[in-house]
Design a protein around this ligand. Sequence first.
Ligand code: 5GP
Ligand code: ZN
Length: 114
Amino acid sequence: MSSCIFCKIIAKEIPGKIVYEDDTFIAFDDINPQAPVHVIIVPKEHIPTFNDLKESHKEMVGHLSLVVNKLAEIKKIQDPGFRVVINCNPAGGQMVYHLHVHLMGGRQMAWPPG
Ligand code: 5GP
Ligand code: ZN
């Protein structure tokens, strides 16, 4: 059994409020949402960080953009808009070491982020 929390959600060993799933990705509501809409999009392959992406992940990374768009549509935040975030390593604020994308919306975002 993997000790990775997101691998456990993928394997349905622990619950997650899943909003989308296909062969390559799973997406679920964040347990500690930072916006009215806060979805975590996770590749099913255990890739620790953004730094670990390889040439072989090219198709998956392209697919990811379309999954983000699909989720923005499902969550009805395409208009007025949304934010997509990937945290990488400690200085980027990464807490879970399984690559994931945050999709946030439903409120006005500030810039710069904290
Ligand atoms: P990071 O800082 O690694 O980019 O973000 C990890 C995110 O995963 C955080 O927003 C955190 O709230 C979320 N998270 C951590 N553990 C769980 C969990 O068990 N279930 C869900 N749904 N989200 C989680
Ligand atoms: Zn994992």
